[in-house]
Design a protein around this ligand. Structure first.
Ligand code: GLU
Length: 486
């Protein structure tokens, strides 16, 4: 299918908010389309009426928008659709489906099957007992009109099955190379509930044809559907698109991705305070690598470096530590004002009083180099905003003498009291304290550690100079007095 316009799509089912795997498919399809000067389409597979919900369509749209992955055709956030190949919802495409299902029936490529669930189940069991792969027996394959009428009279429900020809289906997967399936293993597959209601494998083929999809790039979990879809495509006389199956995403322990072990929706990560740029960068590397040292990519850089043929075949392990690292890199790059803006909702949610924006900004900027995700921030900066409590034993640095610590805190207190409020800054505090340490021959740890603990109540925090500089004279003095060093 060379020289044909590249048209690719993702086709999520609206049964939950944007899934990590769908986001990765979206990104890879988007990058492939951009690189080839093609079109990227969002289509909603909402035929499963019981599980589909319009609220999830909205969440999927919002998730993609938040990530910054733009689609050229499909539903939009204002409830409309863009593009000339719509409607982009399966539930709105019934007439089209009917036409093709009738065609299959008229050409006797499909037939009505009246077997009940119980009968099919019994057949399956019998086959399993015989040790053969369970496939549909073909019982309704050649029913006479009388037999059909009799079944209908009985009030039996029917479905539509495709007469699967015995053959070997072969296709070249863009990622996996040649893939071969023996259709003998399939049996006649169910393709529609009735003449207006196709099942997934038929609907997707009709949609892909009508939308002139040139390349189907999707998760490996669909690999076993592909031969069925190729058969349907051929039965309907449509051109077969190219296929590319992306490796499964795995939990850290290399089992198949599951929400019990890994957060699986983009909303989860947004809520935890991961930046969209970081998530995009992370999912880019979930199954592909640039084969260079570069690890950080903007979306436009991705368009230049990504190549679908370079996607791995093996599973892509979700390495949380890597995501954290990438996120921390993006957080560091923000200006103090940008950092403040995105941090505020997280602080407010944690009940921190953010009314003094200048104070908040100074406090959080101290953590900007250390933070991995924004939801960690409230806990890291809470001592700037709330009263602190800690075990007084923490004040004692390593194995030093508590009396020395007490005396040193007193020295520190006198120093802070003597420092003019208008000279109050990290720099003057650092200079002053270091000078004192030298003059009095103190050990750094025996004074700087207790000051830091007295001010933060924490085992880890930014330096005492930085913390004192932000806290201001009143709070610093109060907190050191609270150690009872006088
Ligand atoms: N609705 C399917 C899914 O969400 C899409 C399958 C496909 O891309 O063909 O996995």
């Amino acid at each position: 299918m060379k020289n044909k316009e590249v048209r690719v799509r993702i086709a999520p089912s609206p049964t939950g908010s944007l899934h990590l795997g769908t986001a990765r498919s979206a990104l890879y399809n988007y990058l492939f389309a951009k690189r080839e000067g093609g079109t990227f389409i969002l289509r909603i597979e909402d035929t499963d009426l019981e599980r589909s919900d319009i609220k999830y369509t909205k969440q999927i749209i919002e998730g993609l928008e938040w990530l910054g992955i733009e689609w050229d055709e499909g539903p939009t956030s204002d409830g409309k659709e863009k593009g000339k190949y719509g409607p982009y919802f399966q539930t709105k495409r019934t007439d089209t489906y009917e036409k093709y299902i009738k065609q299959l029936l008229d050409e006797d490529k499909a037939y009505y099957c009246y077997c009940s669930k119980e009968e099919l189940e019994a057949e399956r069991k019998a086959m399993e007992e015989k040790g053969v792969a369970p496939v549909y027996s073909g019982k309704c394959k050649n029913l006479t009109d009388e037999q059909k009428k009799a079944y209908e009279k009985e009030g039996r429900n029917s479905i539509i099955r495709y007469r699967v020809p015995e053959k070997v289906v072969t296709f070249r997967d863009m990622i996996r190379g040649e893939v071969t399936f023996d259709t003998g293993l399939l049996g006649d597959i169910a393709v529609a509930r009735d003449v207006k209601t196709p099942l997934y494998n038929l609907a997707v083929v009709i949609d892909d044809y009508m939308m002139e999809i040139s390349h189907v790039i999707r998760g490996e979990d669909h690999l076993s559907n592909t031969p069925k879809q190729i058969l349907m495509t051929e039965a309907l006389g449509f051109p077969v698109p190219e296929f590319g199956h992306l490796p499964l995403i795995l939990n850290e322990d290399k089992t198949k991705l599951s929400k019990r072990k890994t957060k699986v929706t983009i909303d989860d990560y947004k809520e935890e305070g991961y930046l969209p740029e970081a998530i995009l960068n992370f999912i880019l590397l979930l199954g592909w690598n640039p084969k260079t040292e570069q690890e950080m990519f903007t979306l436009s850089e991705m368009v230049h470096v990504f190549n679908i043929g370079g996607v791995h075949k093996g599973g892509a392990v979700f390495a949380k530590e890597k995501l954290d690292w990438i996120n921390s890199q993006y957080l560091r790059k923000l200006s103090p004002d940008q950092f403040l803006e995105i941090a505020l909702p997280f602080l407010e949610k944690a009940g921190i009083d953010t009314s003094d924006k200048e104070y908040v900004r100074k406090a959080i900027v101290l953590e900007q180099e250390r933070i991995k995700k924004l939801s960690d921030l409230p806990d890291m900066v809470k001592f700037f905003f709330n009263d602190i409590s800690y075990d007084p034993a923490l004040l004692v640095w390593k194995k030093s003498d508590p009396e020395v610590i007490k005396a040193n805190l007193k020295i520190a207190l006198e120093f802070f009291e003597s420092l003019n409020e208008k000279d109050w800054s990290k720099e003057t505090i650092e200079k002053g304290l270091m000078k004192l340490i030298e003059e009095k021959g103190l050990k750094n740890g025996e004074i700087l550690w207790p000051i830091r603990v007295a001010l933060t109540g924490e085992e880890k925090s930014p330096s005492p100079f930085e913390v004192a500089g932000v806290l201001g004279k009143d709070k610093v003095i109060r907190r050191i007095v609270n150690t009872n060093c006088k």
